[in-house]
Design a protein around this ligand. Structure first.
Ligand code: FAD
Length: 290
């Protein structure tokens, strides 16, 4: 199986072995098999936040298709959109602004996905055996990035809300998202993490118009734009002309070109502002950018 068929970016070489699992038992067996064979393994969801090397991954890739929602608990392979729709229909408020984020619930927990001021971890009670506070959630961060422990089921606590109002909020978000991410776009979402405004050194902040800070964050795209990233391209990878943190595969792009373009503009930001941009996208079989 080629990663270009497993990722929204449609880039990446072969997985040595590949298995899609639809039950917890299958997932456990797959991991046991990998351990026995001394194969590295990787659990993925919908591949919407991955940049995978052109050489692929020399191990077992386990695609999580364990899905279902019961009460306030969702299995990790459930599409996030399905969970969002479920909460809206049941008059539960707190996840409606995550409408339109591709991927599974497990992937969203791993990277603590969020949008338009809502973040998944704000409404999580527990992930498998761990309480919310054990999950070390931070901005696009969780303990699972360190432990690599497979996420199986997630339990939420949400506030009551009016289904019509929630639906309207989700629709508003979806129409905004359509402008940034037209259907069929080959990308892994925003490439770099935004910056927490309170953590930016005052020296660097001086050069940035204050109205660029949104929800307490400085979008990485603002810095990238200020170093001329918009519309730049390299070997089939293009930075959107309307959004400098959006790197798009125009059809024949490679991980090598993507990596190189991202590195060039991260370096320019570093030189101009003294700020190190960190990728939000997960690298598979690629060295860190900095
Ligand atoms: C068009 C577009 C728009 C996007 N917009 C947003 C946005 O607004 N906000 C946002 O936060 N993100 C956004 N993203 C990024 C992406 O959708 C999220 O990061 C999503 O939550 C990833 O889920 P996934 O199932 O695709 O994970 P994958 O990409 O398959 O995996 C991502 C990481 O999670 C790990 N992982 C996945 N499932 C499990 C599991 N069950 N157990 C353990 N580890 C697991 C993988 O090993 C990998 O390291 C966007 C992406 C695209 C393509």
């Amino acid at each position: 199986m080629l990663f270009k068929n497993l990722t929204t970016l449609q880039i990446g070489g072969p997985a040595k072995k590949f298995l899609a699992v639809s039950s917890e038992e299958e997932l456990v067996q797959a991991i046991e098999y990998a351990k026995k064979e001394k194969l590295p393994y990787l659990v993925i969801g919908s591949g919407s936040n991955l940049l995978v090397a052109d050489e692929g991954f020399d191990g077992l890739v386990i695609k999580n298709e364990i899905s279902g929602i019961s009460g306030m608990t969702s299995k990790s392979g459930t599409p996030l959109q399905e969970l969002v729709d479920y909460t809206i229909q049941n008059g539960l408020s707190g996840l409606q602004k995550l409408a339109g984020i591709p991927g599974t619930v497990g992937g969203a927990v791993y990277g603590n996905a969020g949008a338009y001021g809502q973040t998944i971890s704000d409404h999580i009670v527990s992930v498998d055996q761990l309480n919310n506070s054990d999950c070390a959630f931070g901005y696009r961060d969780s303990i699972f990035k360190t432990t690599k422990q497979p996420i199986l089921a997630v339990t939420f606590q949400l506030e009551p809300g009016d289904p019509e109002t929630l639906k309207k909020e989700a629709e508003e978000v979806l129409s905004k998202r359509l402008v940034k991410y037209p259907p069929g776009i080959k990308c892994p979402g925003s490439f770099f993490k935004n910056l927490i405004a309170s953590q930016i050194p005052p020296e660097a902040l001086k050069n940035i118009p204050p109205d660029k800070i949104v929800y307490g964050k400085l979008p990485a795209g603002v810095l990238l734009e200020m170093v001329g990233a918009n519309g730049q391209s390299l070997d089939g990878i293009e930075i959107a002309s309307y959004h400098a943190n959006l790197f798009i595969n125009k059809g024949h792009g490679t991980a090598k070109a993507f990596y190189s373009l991202a590195k060039t503009y991260a370096q320019k930001v570093k030189e101009k502002f003294g700020i190190t941009l960190e990728p939000e996208v997960q690298f598979i079989n690629l060295p860190p950018l900095t």
